[in-house]
Structures are given as structure tokens and as C-alpha cells.
Design a protein around this ligand. Structure first.
Ligand SMILES: CC(C)(COP(=O)(O)OP(=O)(O)OC[C@H]1O[C@@H](n2cnc3c(N)ncnc32)[C@H](O)[C@@H]1OP(=O)(O)O)[C@@H](O)C(=O)NCCC(=O)NCCS
Length: 169
């Protein structure tokens, strides 16, 4: 399930955000408790902005246990968006990220009316690349200097899915 974050999510958010293995291929983390507090405040500010361009949503189980984050940001023009996801380590390998990516793609096309959705992943992040493929996205290109990670410039793969190109796997 996807829902808005709440202030009482802090403990669960910090659990995955402070995990070195979880943040290994990300541009942030591992987070300190202060980082997590600042992050949740930023998320609350961004979600209140109109028009809304950033959707940072809690990923939960049916029982409302918070297990990760899904995000969607509209970029450049209103017709393009970028998705991302992070799950707590003990939740990996159950197909949840693929489910999240598929939901975000439907959200972007059907609810936001976007024409193009992209995602980036570190070239060594094979699990994430597989998630994007399973969600119907295709590898498009690698870019230099796309994102800065751990003080060094790394090559990232960009995958994109154009409207109508989505298929279920
Ligand atoms: C990447 C991540 C979101 C995947 O979540 P998940 O719920 O385990 O993903 P899924 O179960 O939906 O699918 C994972 C797929 O990757 C495959 N996979 C996992 N590790 C792999 C590896 N080292 N090499 C190749 N494939 C791998 C799995 O077998 C599965 O594919 P399959 O269904 O064909 O077997 C999760 O590991 C995570 O949160 N990582 C840390 C944060 C992160 O990297 N986020 C992405 C930023 S781009």
C-alpha cells in the first residue's frame, strides 16, 4: 500500500534509512537520527506545495507496517516524471519493489497524465535494474555525471517507459 508519511513514522523510516546496505547505491545515507527528522520535515513541506511536483509516499503492508518509500517527481515539464523506491532490507526479495514501481507508473500516466517516466539506478544495482525491467521499463542510456554518489561521479543507467509501452511480465 502507498500512503502519505506521518510524523510517527520516524522510527520505521530511520530503520531503513540508517542501514548501510540499503543506502549503498543511493545518493543519501546512511542517515543519522537528525537526518531522518530533517527528511520527514522536508517531505511534509514538499507534499503541501501547490502545484505538487513531489510525491514521497510510505510503502506499507496491509497491516500498515511501514516497509519503505516510493517517490515520484515531475521534472522539466509537467509531462515527465521520475520514480524511485527503497525498501527495508528484511523486505527484499518478495516482489514488493516491482509492485511499487508498477503502481507509480500507473499513477504517473493515469493520474498525473504524464507522457514519459524515467528512473535511474546505479550500474551495479542489479536488483533495481531488474525491478525496472519487470515493471515494463527499458534500458535507455548511461549518463556520466548524472548523480553524485559518495563523493565520486558515477555512471547511471536511465530507463524510460513511454505511454503504451508498458507490459506485464
Ligand atoms: C532494489 C530493491 C528496491 C529491490 O526490492 P525487492 O522488493 O527485493 O525487488 P523485487 O523482489 O520486486 O525484484 C527483485 C528482482 O531482482 C533480482 N535480483 C536481486 N538481487 C539481484 C542481483 N544481485 N543480481 C541480479 N538480480 C537480482 C531478483 O531475483 C528479482 O528478480 P526476479 O523476480 O526476476 O527473480 C531493494 O533491494 C532495495 O530497497 N534496495 C536498496 C535501495 C535501492 O537500491 N533502491 C533503488 C534505487 S535505484
Amino acid at each position: 500500500m502507498l500512503r502519505e508519511f506521518r510524523l510517527d513514522d520516524e522510527v520505521a523510516v530511520h530503520r531503513y534509512g540508517s542501514d548501510e546496505e540499503v543506502t549503498r547505491y543511493l545518493t543519501w545515507g546512511p542517515n543519522s537520527p537528525t537526518d531522518t527528522t530533517a527528511y520527514l520535515k522536508r517531505v511534509a513541506r514538499e507534499s503541501a506545495r501547490e502545484p505538487r511536483t513531489t510525491f514521497t509516499l510510505a510503502v506499507t503492508t496491509l497491516g500498515d507496517e511501514l516497509i519503505g518509500v516510493a517517490s515520484f517527481t515531475t521534472t522539466d515539464t509537467q509531462s515527465t516524471g521520475e520514480l524511485a523506491y527503497v525498501l527495508a532490507r528484511d523486505q527484499w526479495g518478495h516482489g514488493y519493489a516491482t509492485e511499487v514501481a508498477r503502481r507509480l507508473i500507473v499513477f504517473g500516466f493515469d493520474e498525473l497524465g504524464l507522457r514519459r517516466i524515467t528512473a535511474t539506478c546505479h550500474p551495479d544495482n542489479f536488483a533495481s535494474a531488474r525491478v525496472l525491467e519487470k515493471a515494463g521499463m527499458h534500458f535507455e542510456k548511461t549518463t556520466r555525471d548524472h548523480l553524485r554518489v559518495r563523493g565520486g561521479w558515477r555512471v547511471f543507467a536511465v530507463v524510460a517507459s513511454d505511454e503504451g509501452a508498458i507490459h506485464s511480465d
